[in-house]
Design a protein. Structure first.
Length: 312
């Protein structure tokens, strides 16, 4: 995907006031695959960055030791190794406190899933779950796969790119087999055209510019009728698209309040509200707290939003 990878040492993307830094994946040259793997030390200091940031790439993290907290969006996960974490492109995450994590990371863009496009949906579901406890055997199995990925990436022997894609596919599939915790979500899958429409709808409403769109507007952009969109989304998620639109709007507001310096008035405008007072009522109704109270308990605004010129 254009703009998701950069040569080593490329400075981070400039960010507008209030935006969360966006990191791109460093690759050695234009012919290199959009993939990297290694220890936290090998990947670089940003692998343990304590400031909220986003990626243009996926990140699979195998934590073998360490302590503290891994914050992904608004969820806080205690670092109690061994653990496996999946961070999706666009998710805001950082590490807090304790002794920094040790382990192995695999970084890759959407382009690297060319051979196994179905892995995108699997990764999306894994990213929603975010954090996986591993037993001793699962830890060894994941560790072996990660070690092979690192070795193939380092050695760059003939055919290494296809081997990397195959190993990554095995890792994704095995991660999807890890047991769910109670309340971890629906297990049923909906196949065919309705599933595709529901997936496109989910991606559509995650875009910042979608704030304030209606079900009818979304249906038009997807080339389906509002009725068909409602049926497809209900079949895939068990919930109406209108409710998901509201939740996406709330989620965007929460992200802006927690991770930026924007005023409540500016957050209201970014999420499609012309009246800040109405935005505040809407936010309180949906979350149970005012925008100000939410920011007080979740804000990371005191941390610099500058991106240092380092590795992702």
């Amino acid at each position: 995907m254009r703009g998701t990878t950069v040569p080593p040492g490329t400075p981070g993307l400039p960010t507008a006031a209030g935006d969360v830094p966006l990191h791109r994946l460093e690759v050695a040259g234009p012919g290199d695959p959009p993939f990297a793997a290694g220890s936290f030390e090998a990947v670089g200091p940003l692998s343990r960055w304590g400031r909220p940031h986003r990626h243009t790439f996926y990140e699979i993290i195998h934590v073998r030791s360490g302590s503290g907290t891994h914050v992904v969006d608004l969820a806080r996960w205690p670092v109690r190794p061994p653990r496996l974490a999946v961070v999706l492109p666009g998710q805001v995450h950082h590490w807090e406190g304790g002794r920094g994590p040790e382990g192995t990371l695999a970084l890759f863009t959407d382009d690297f899933l060319l051979d196994h496009p179905g892995d995108r949906e699997v990764l999306r579901r894994l990213g929603e779950r975010g954090w996986f406890a591993l037993d001793a055997e699962q830890d060894r199995s994941v560790g072996r796969l990660m070690a092979e990925l690192v070795a193939e990436h380092r050695q760059r022997a003939p055919g290494h790119e296809s081997v990397l894609r195959s190993l990554l596919h095995v890792l994704v599939v095995r991660a999807a087999r890890l047991p769910r915790h109670a309340g971890d979500g629906r297990d049923a899958r909906v196949l065919g055209r309705p599933a595709a429409v529901a997936e496109e709808f989910t991606r559509l409403i995650a875009r910042p510019e979608a704030a304030g769109w209606t079900v009818r507007e979304c249906a038009g952009r997807l080339g389906v009728t509002p009725g068909y969109l409602t049926q497809a989304v209900r079949a895939a998620t068990g919930r109406p698209p209108g409710r998901l639109l509201i939740e996406a709007r709330v989620y965007q507001a929460q992200q802006l309040l927690a991770h930026t310096r924007l005023s409540v008035r500016q957050v209201a405008a970014r999420t499609g509200f012309t009246d800040p007072a109405y935005f505040s009522r809407f936010f309180r109704r949906e979350t149970g707290s005012s925008p100000g109270d939410f920011r007080k308990h979740h804000s990371h605004r005191d941390q610099s939003l500058e991106v240092p010129p380092a590795r992702p």
